[in-house]
Design a protein around this ligand. Sequence first.
Ligand code: ADP
Ligand code: MG
Length: 241
Amino acid sequence: MIKLTDIKKTYSNGVTAVKDLDITIESGKIIGFLGPNGAGKTTTLKIITGIIKPDTGTININGYRMDTQAIEAKMEMGFVSDDADVFLRLKGIEYLNFMADIYGVSQEDRTSRIKDMSIRLEMDKALKDKILGYSHGMRQKIVIMGALIHNPNVWILDEPLTGLDPKSSFVLKQMMREHADNGNTVFFSTHVLEVAEKICDEVFIINNGQIQFHGNMESLKAVQKNDDSLENLFLEMTRDA
Ligand SMILES: Nc1ncnc2c1ncn2[C@@H]1O[C@H](COP(=O)(O)OP(=O)(O)O)[C@@H](O)[C@H]1O
Ligand SMILES: [Mg+2]
């Protein structure tokens, strides 16, 4: 479970990216974080993962506070950033072993996880090559594998489906579904309404740094029909698709 209380963040240039954020992400569901470009999604996810420190508020991950128990909180999480250009000089397998070392994953566990994930994501043959030579989609997949190498309970993914080929996108959605169905936490951002509609059990909609809507898919459909004040927002997220 992820719990954000009264989070606010203003960047040094004076832009307030998020404010008044009170969000509880329960486990056992795929929860979408939906909003147009610039809404505050990446900022929020970086706050949850401890990469950005908020100006006010607290973050709690499975009972661990990010301000006082950062290592414990981070061990619970796997974060897939929207920037897949990491450690380009390493070979895929070296990157995965590096991530496994950081998280203290045993040889036995890392071997079996690398095997499973690389076959599912069709990365097994590419592991011996340098990430520099990977396509954008392959870089995204190696980042996903690295983020999940310690089998974290909480998955946080920033626009994970953007730029993935259809087959890999299908496999990742399947992995997200299995993880949620096993009682874990899956929270991912998207700026595309249709993506959220297809795979989420529940969504938070953010715009201008504030939550505009939270609910399950039925209530999302209802507001789409009935709430004129959100109409432009929905239009923007549909147009982007
Ligand atoms: N490092 C930064 N410095 C200043 N402003 C930023 C920075 N990162 C993001 N912003 C601004 O914060 C707002 C939210 O951005 P972001 O969290 O990236 O939104 P999203 O991921 O929903 O597109 C935008 O106005 C963006 O321009
Ligand atoms: Mg973003």
